[in-house]
Write a protein that binds this ligand. Structure first.
Ligand code: GAR
Length: 196
């Protein structure tokens, strides 16, 4: 898993993986920054961690190659981005394209980018949610694996709305990653289906 922040999605997956019937385990957690709660959560769970900072490399491409190499060392079947606040580069996509998912706190294709909850609130939508998608070269544009919805309440601010989204998002992530691991999946003309 790749993370940048609080790691509540990571925590939900770590918890799910304690049940052998879940069918997956987190082999490593990587981040683009130190000192985040997500890394502390991984360490408390005994999961190996690594950090690759963009500023620790001469170019973005070198960072992308280093991140890719760090992920490869753990030989993941699936890479899960949860609150990872960087765009994957071409080396990463060459290695993990088609088997890397990201969770976005909006209903794609609406409100891509870093401010999904704020933009949904500002637009005045009545329903928003979260989207799990396969990472491609765009910003939150890849084939959709799952979506979940929540209402927008009249008195919401960005924090209350994002928190409601995150509760639904964690359940979606756990349910969907489990199915991907247990059942496999196919991607045909952007349509993602479980099973092989
Ligand atoms: C999640 O809501 C995730 O969708 C969002 O950051 C939050 C991370 O929460 N990701 C993005 O906005 C990516 N552009 P967490 O660290 O508690 O799992």
């Amino acid at each position: 898993m790749l993370v940048s922040g609080a790691g509540t999605n990571l925590q939900a997956l770590l918890h799910a993986c304690t049940d052998p019937a879940y069918g997956a385990r987190v082999v490593a957690v990587g981040a683009d920054r130190d000192g985040i709660e997500a890394l502390a959560r991984a360490e408390r769970a005994g999961v190996p961690t690594f950090v690759q900072r963009v500023t620790g490399h001469r170019t973005r491409q070198e960072w992308d190659a280093a991140l890719t190499a760090s992920c490869r060392q753990h030989d993941p079947d699936l890479v899960v981005l949860a609150g990872f606040m960087k765009l994957a580069g071409s080396a990463f996509l060459d290695a993990f394209g088609g088997r890397c998912v990201n969770t976005h706190p909006a209903l794609s294709p609406s409100f891509p980018g870093m401010a999904g909850p704020a933009e949904a609130l500002a637009y005045g939508v009545k329903v928003t949610g979260a989207t799990l998608f396969l990472v491609d070269e765009g910003v939150d544009t890849g084939p959709i694996v799952a979506q979940t919805t929540v209402p927008v309440e009249d008195d919401d601010d960005v924090a209350t709305l994002h928190e409601r989204i995150k509760v639904a998002e964690r359940a979606m992530l756990v349910a969907t990653v489990g199915r991907m691991a247990r059942e496999g999946f196919t991607i045909t003309d952007r349509k993602v289906r479980f099973g092989t």
